[in-house]
Design a protein around this ligand. Structure first.
Ligand SMILES: [Zn+2]
Length: 257
């Protein structure tokens, strides 16, 4: 695959909006649906709770809060506290150095923040398990859970806290981050923007449909998709788009080298 055209678009861009979906998380070493490694890493959880992947385990309501937090704590320690960025993540960092950027992602392990991206330029659309929210169903704010022990309680209503993810009906997206993303978009409507889709395909509609709509609205915007082919992209933006039909890893490698 020839990435020269994509490379030039990025070189010429004033700003870059990265959308990173689940396949980017997989390229970075986090596959929430991987049964084989789950079985090796967490045999006791398989045995005790009949859960077979991280996704499965997150969906399962455990019998008690201490058990719940013990399990969450292990995942957070293994994937967030002990996180090591992949080559793809490091290449993305290199690519965005010196650029005005924003990242919208469904990858919820705090990986971008841990890799050294500016936390004010990240919107974790499905939350981030290193932050926690009140389980009462009322929005009592977000707190880091990295330093907590046992079962943390809400400072306002004393309910148990839970990881900030859409596991229940009362998930509140991070409104501050959402606002920052809107401001980034508004400020750059007329600029030469490149939207870079990494690990985003029809399985990540939240990161695809609204974004393609934005690109169609602003004529100086371009869309580069790692995963989709040009033929998968809507007709009205096809002239301003590149669908490399490969994957994040190959695209980032190609853009850097
Ligand atoms: Zn509360």
């Amino acid at each position: 695959m020839d990435f020269e055209k994509a490379k030039k678009l990025i070189d010429d861009a004033d700003c870059i909006l990265v959308t990173a979906g689940n396949k980017f998380a997989i390229a970075d070493g986090f596959d929430m649906l991987d049964e084989a490694s789950f079985k090796v890493q967490y045999p006791d959880l398989v045995e005790k709770y009949d859960v077979h992947t991280i996704g499965d385990a997150l969906d399962k309501k455990l019998p008690s809060w201490p058990e719940q937090w013990t399990m969450w704590r292990r995942f957070i320690d293994d994937y967030s506290v002990n996180y090591q960025p992949s080559d793809a993540m490091l290449e993305l960092k290199q690519l965005l150095t010196g650029k005005d950027y924003f990242i919208a992602t469904s990858y919820f392990t705090h990986a971008f923040e841990n890799a050294g991206f500016d936390s004010k330029k990240i919107f974790n659309i499905f939350g981030d398990w290193t932050t926690m929210a009140c389980s009462s169903g009322v929005n009592h704010g977000l707190k880091s859970d990295l330093a907590i022990q046992g079962v943390p309680k809400c400072e306002i209503c004393n309910s148990e806290m839970e990881i900030h993810m859409p596991l229940t009906a009362h998930f509140y997206p991070d409104t501050d981050a959402n606002t920052r993303m809107r401001i980034f978009i508004t400020n750059n409507e007329d600029k030469k923007m490149v939207v870079l889709g990494l690990g985003v395909d029809e399985l990540s509609p939240q990161l695809l449909d609204p974004i393609l709509h934005l690109v169609s609205q602003f004529e100086n915007w371009h869309y580069i998709s790692a995963d989709l082919d040009s033929s998968d992209l809507p007709q009205n933006i096809v002239k301003r788009s590149i669908g490399t039909g490969s994957n994040s890893k190959s695209l980032l490698e190609g853009l850097i080298n």
